[in-house]
Design a protein around this ligand. Sequence first.
Ligand code: CDV
Length: 319
Amino acid sequence: MAARGFGLAVAQMGPVHRADTRAAAVARLVALMQEAAQRGARLVVFPELALTTFFPRYWIDSADELDAFFERAMPGPQTRALFETAARLRIGFTLGYAELTERGERFNTQILVDDSGRIVGRYRKIHLPGHADHKPAAPFQHLEKRYFQVGDEGFRVWQTMQTRIGMCICNDRRWPETFRVLGLQSAEIVTLGFSTPSVNIHWHEPPHLRMFHHLLTLQSGAYQNALWVAAAAKAGFEDGFHMIGGSVIISPSGEIMAQSQSEDDELIFVNADLALGDRFRQNVFNFAKHRRPEHYRMIIERTGAGEPLGGGQNAQETP
Ligand code: CDV
């Protein structure tokens, strides 16, 4: 099988503090993009909500204060430099940001921009974690359910730059349905940005599990769907609140091909052979040949877990 090399870069960001400006964040992203292009990348993946601090950790009453974290236009005056640099360097990118639409809707969004600087895809986060109410006793808030609506455009895959790219964001990676829906559209690469606090505010979780579950879900998503995964963290202590690093590029074998070492701005790069996924797609994960959707109906018929089929009786008792 002939190799199909694709330069894939992930640009992890260190903290973006509340007082930091958009201009400063964009300048850091441009520098990372330049490094990615220098290393031969065709695509560079940026984090979730990359332009600001992870503001869902704060209870914000004032509409003006909240609006300041959102983008009304993309590109806008402060983000245009990213698009111009991408077109000049012939490199695509994905970028996470808070989107405020003309109709006043708010989404946690990620865009896919091709190597001519044109937006070719948009994903609005579907699995919004956290809560909508104020939890003053918690060490910090996770208010994605308050500040964002559930994405209304589904999980999609775009044919661009001689490959097929799907997108999801952070918490989506924990749900196998995300990757399967993208795999069923023949995605070869799935990109995501993530911001994962190292403290679980809902119950005490040993800190090592945050990284373990992060890698576990990405590696299984890659392997079970025969695709490359490129995941970019915003990491480190943002205004004193710690988020895990662990930005990774994972191959269709489920193996980690590159992983960040730091919790700062850091670029990782792999010359990804897109043909690696073909072997899995044609054999063990040949969906057309081996999937049995007639036995998966419950996945769309039920949301929460319920009673066993047949009332849970043993086979001998079932009439
Ligand atoms: N930004 C996120 O979606 N974070 C979640 C946290 C809250 C668990 C995550 O899945 O990493």
